[in-house]
Design a protein around this ligand. Structure first.
Ligand code: GLN
Length: 489
């Protein structure tokens, strides 16, 4: 292990327990790192270092008395600014919430607080989680720690960049169509989108409620399993939360993958993959075989329509969810002659271009006369996609694909072309539509930029997912770090 700020959470946890390091020392190392690189990377919208300091002191006091301070204690975390944090600004990357201070914690935050949460800050993101590059943040873009001219991915780009740059040890993101996995892949990290309903959405600012999930962004699979086990589980305050036992993911992670059946959806290996991504995939498939798994091409024909269905369903839900920002209840208010004018001015000033585009798309798709043709049709496609996955999982334990067709692109490269931006999530979106879990792990480099392998699993089978991810992580042996010079190494 090098510097403290580069360590994995589980390593730090063991060191803390053995009293080889104190929580305050770990936080100091991360704080120094923030001071050094934040100006260049811009991972955070709000820093909460004073609160983190208090949490670290508490952790150290508990340890000194021989008490367990909790599994998250003293491990600096970045939290995507889409999760409500009591008494701490929660902007969602939007002007319309630029002064919004929640009076309550999201359930995942409440749980982590009980486990000793040491939060460095609220991480930057695309406005309302709409985007794939973090360029849609009202507070300016985050940069990729591997190459400061490139995007970190999105919408959880701040969370991923913070971890990759050493400004946090681990992070929480949210994923509606790829927003955990794609930035994890662009930043050389592990990112997991849980089964829909496994992690509470209470206090997660809604984008598309039938697709949104909170999940971990970490440096390795063990940390991912650990953080998932801390946030998963039933929550009576989220009506879509599943009443299930949460397995021991750390234990489930071990055991290898010999004899497993791995399917490769042909629809996710089509045109648009860069040569490096294709090469990495081929190497991964060979490794699967070396580890004793059976690899086979699979056909999930309706995945070809996933992107189109998503860009009806997600904006439709968003247009309805975002109706609440009216200048009355939350955040920004711009006065007008009458109430309607006030609504209009508030929303015109408060929302950015992409959010407005989604609201218009969604409102149109839901309007009388078009509802069946667009929204109804998209829901039918969604059912067909779910059916494809169900059938595939009768035959395969997991399915694999690239996480994104390309490594991190340049800042500004796709801002003028929404369709090109949307295509960045072509491999991740089907997973959200089907509600299944998927994880991205780093599997190689193309021109010095990380490439991600996506592993998709059966509903609530995070255990198998993590087991495959762990075995592949070990066999791939990805050890690269952001370089100095073009990155923040
Ligand atoms: N990039 C996709 C979108 O813009 C997915 C975003 C997300 O997962 N939150 O909708």
């Amino acid at each position: 292990m090098g510097e403290l700020y580069e360590a994995r959470a589980w390593e730090l946890r063991e060191m803390l327990r053995r009293r080889e390091v104190s929580a305050v020392e770990i936080l100091r190392a991360v704080r120094e790192r923030v001071r050094e690189v934040e100006e260049r990377v811009r991972s955070y919208i709000t820093l909460t270092l004073d609160e983190a300091e208090r949490a670290a002191l508490e952790a150290d006091a508990a340890l000194a008395e021989g008490r367990d301070p909790g599994p998250a204690a003293g491990i600096p975390m970045a939290v995507k600014d889409v999760l409500c944090t009591r008494g701490i600004l929660t902007t969602c990357g939007s002007r319309i919430l630029e002064n919004y201070v929640p009076v309550y914690d999201a359930t995942v935050i409440g749980r982590l607080r009980r486990d000793g949460l040491t939060m460095v800050g609220k991480a930057n993101m695309d406005e309302f989680a709409m985007g794939s590059s973090t360029e849609n943040s009202a507070f300016g873009p985050t940069r990729n720690p591997w190459d400061l001219e490139r995007v970190p991915g999105g919408s959880s780009g701040g969370s991923a960049a913070a971890v990759a740059a050493g400004e946090a040890i681990w992070a929480l993101g949210s994923d509606t169509g790829g927003s955990i996995r794609q930035p994890a892949s662009f930043c050389g990290l592990v990112g997991l989108k849980p089964t829909y309903g496994l992690v509470s959405r209470f206090g997660l600012v809604a984008f598309a409620s039938s697709l949104d999930q909170v999940g971990p962004i970490t440096r390795d699979v063990r940390d991912c399993a650990l953080l998932l086990s801390l946030i998963a589980g039933h929550d009576p305050r989220d009506s879509t939360s599943l009443q299930v036992e949460v397995p021991d993911y750390l234990k489930a992670m071990e055991g290898g993958i010999e004899g497993m059946r791995v399917g490769v959806p042909r629809e996710l290996m089509q045109e648009g993959l860069t040569p490096g991504v294709r090469e990495c995939m081929e190497r991964c498939l060979a490794i699967f075989q070396e580890l004793g798994a059976e690899v086979e091409e699979a056909g999930l024909p309706h995945l070809d329509y996933a992107l189109s269905a998503y860009y009806i369903i997600a904006p439709a839900e968003a247009s309805s969810n975002l109706a609440r920002y009216d200048g009355v209840r939350y955040g920004l208010r711009v006065e007008g002659e009458d109430m309607l004018e006030m609504y209009g001015k508030t929303r015109a000033r408060g929302f950015g271009a992409e959010v407005k585009r989604r609201i218009m798309l969604g409102t149109y798709a839901l309007s009388a006369g078009y509802y069946e043709a667009y929204y109804g049709q998209a829901q039918k496609v969604r059912t067909l996609i779910l059916g494809d996955f169900r059938k595939a999982f009768e035959r395969y334990d997991v399915l694999v694909s690239p996480t994104s067709p390309t490594p991190a692109f340049r800042l500004g490269e796709k801002v003028e072309d929404p369709l090109a931006m949307y295509l960045s999530d072509v491999c991740t979106i089907p997973v959200n539509l089907a509600g299944i879990p998927a994880v991205s792990i780093p599997c190689g480099l193309e021109d010095g930029l990380p490439v991600g392998l996506q592993i998709m699993g059966k509903v609530l089978d995070e255990a198998t997912l993590l087991r495959v991810a762990r075995a592949m992580e070990e066999a791939i042996g990805f050890r690269e770090r952001p370089p100095a010079g073009r990155g923040v190494g």
